[in-house]
Design a protein around this ligand. Structure first.
Ligand code: NAP
Length: 403
């Protein structure tokens, strides 16, 4: 792949796409996902288009082969191919090694974490009407408390900071306080919100909701809201309208994207009590982390939730399983490959091969409806047939071939 001068991704008919298999259950999940991807590409294009999967190493496999969890050549390969897909990776605890997932996002500046959340017929869900929730969450991926600026309680640096804050900035902090810093910038907030607005307009979404905790954190979360409204007014004034303006003058709202905001705690009850009122959501990093998992759980889809980390300007994108490596099931051909499969759907849509995405999504939905499911769904669906990870994929392939 390459980027055109106009900033469009150029995708050849025979495209190389790097993949990271992932640790733990990653090899089972990747093998299952790959046969689904290949079957869908073949069905959609009958040989006119194809994917050459290029393995790049990260995690335990890279540690064994290269002596490092994230070799430079892996980053170079992803950059030169623009788009990659990955299974889950282990984050070693207590070794001082930063999460590979976080490192990938930061090094490639993948500022938007995009998580579509919707219900698939037959998926056991904890709410009465899971079908009412159908949202796409855009989570800022590079700053906020994830910037990693933290000092341990009682450490020299924490004491130094507390002293500075108390003496220079009139704070009244305990000398024993642990300190964390939450940086958020206008430029990084607005590029995320811009991507969410563009997505909303391209998909004719009803509304774009800015989720924040600005009532408490005025100059970070509150600023995120403010910067969002300013951006909508300055760059998308003909296509957007605020909720307040639309309420005052409904005629003006016709055909326009409604931009509104919700305080984060309210948003958690809104998606439960009034889910159908929301479509695209933009939020800072920490809110987005909580909200995307809560929303996925609401539709019963935590185990199959897809995700993409994207920089819309450079074109770099890494699509990934949102669950972890589930190490206790490694090598058992047991777990649900749905998260990587649906991340593949996002990836094919991103590169403009939407026929492939649609085929996969419809066929996976049919497989779940037929109640042939892996252990995680099987234990919750009365009368379901238990299938292995690979068998679940084969069922999807059968539906692809029949369609
Ligand atoms: P986890 O691997 O997500 O597993 C937690 C539980 O979730 C599993 O025991 C299993 O539940 C269920 N689960 C996970 N994946 C599943 C699948 N594909 N199909 C069905 N059920 C699935 O979380 P963890 O045990 O906290 O983390 C393990 C490792 O993964 C850690 O090193 C962590 O850092 C890493 N991690 C990586 C990513 C990523 O690469 N994106 C994300 C999160 C965590 P039951 O026990 O109920 O069967």
């Amino acid at each position: 792949m390459s980027m055109s001068k106009e900033g469009q991704l150029v995708v050849p008919d025979a495209v190389d796409i790097p993949f990271i298999e992932g640790d733990g259950t990653g090899s089972d999940i990747w093998a299952a996902s790959r046969i689904v991807f290949d079957a869908a590409v073949k069905k959609a294009y009958n040989g006119k288009r194809s994917v050459n999967w290029v393995e790049v190493l990260a995690g335990e496999k890279a540690q064994e082969a290269k002596g490092t969890m994230l070799p430079d050549e892996t980053l170079e390969q992803i950059k030169s191919h623009f788009v990659a897909i990955k299974g889950p990776l282990t984050t070693p605890i207590g070794t001082g090694f930063r999460s590979i997932n976080v490192t990938l996002r930061q090094v490639l500046d993948l500022y938007a974490c995009v998580r579509p959340v919707k219900w698939y017929n037959g998926v056991p869900a904890p709410v009465t009407h899971p079908q009412d929730l159908n949202v796409v969450i855009f989570r800022e991926n590079t700053e906020d408390v994830y910037a990693g600026l933290e000092w341990q309680s009682g450490s020299e640096k924490a004491k130094k900071l507390v002293h500075f804050l108390n003496t220079e900035l009139d704070c009244k902090l305990s000398s024993e306080a642990g300190i964390g810093i939450k940086p958020m910038t206008k430029a990084n907030s607005q590029r995320l919100i811009r991507a969410a607005i563009k997505y909303s307009l391209a998909n004719r979404s009803k509304s774009l909701t800015l989720v924040h905790k600005g009532n408490i954190m005025k100059y970070t979360e509150g600023a995120f809201k403010q910067w969002g409204y300013e951006l909508a007014a300055s760059e998308f004034s003909n296509q957007t309208i605020t909720e307040t303006q639309a309420t005052e003058n409904p005629a003006l709202a016709s055909g326009k994207l409604i931009v509104n905001d919700r305080i984060a705690d309210n948003m958690f009850q809104q998606i439960l009590l009034r889910p159908s009122e929301y479509s695209v959501i933009a939020c800072p990093n920490l809110n987005g982390d909580y909200l995307s998992d809560a929303a996925a759980a609401q539709v019963g889809g935590l185990g199959i939730a897809p995700g993409g980390n994207i920089n819309y300007e450079t074109g770099y994108a890494v699509f990934e399983a949102t669950h972890g490596t589930a190490p206790k099931y490694a090598g058992q051909d047991k777990v649900n490959p749905g998260s990587v499969i649906l991340s593949g759907v996002m990836m094919f849509e991103y590169i403009g091969w939407s026929e492939v995405g649609k085929l996969i999504e419809t066929s996976m939905a049919k497989t779940i409806e037929s109640k042939k499911v892996t252990y995680d769904f099987h234990r919750q669906i009365p009368g379901a047939t238990l299938v292995k990870c690979s068998e679940f994929a084969n069922e999807i392939v059968t539906h692809i071939e029949k369609s």
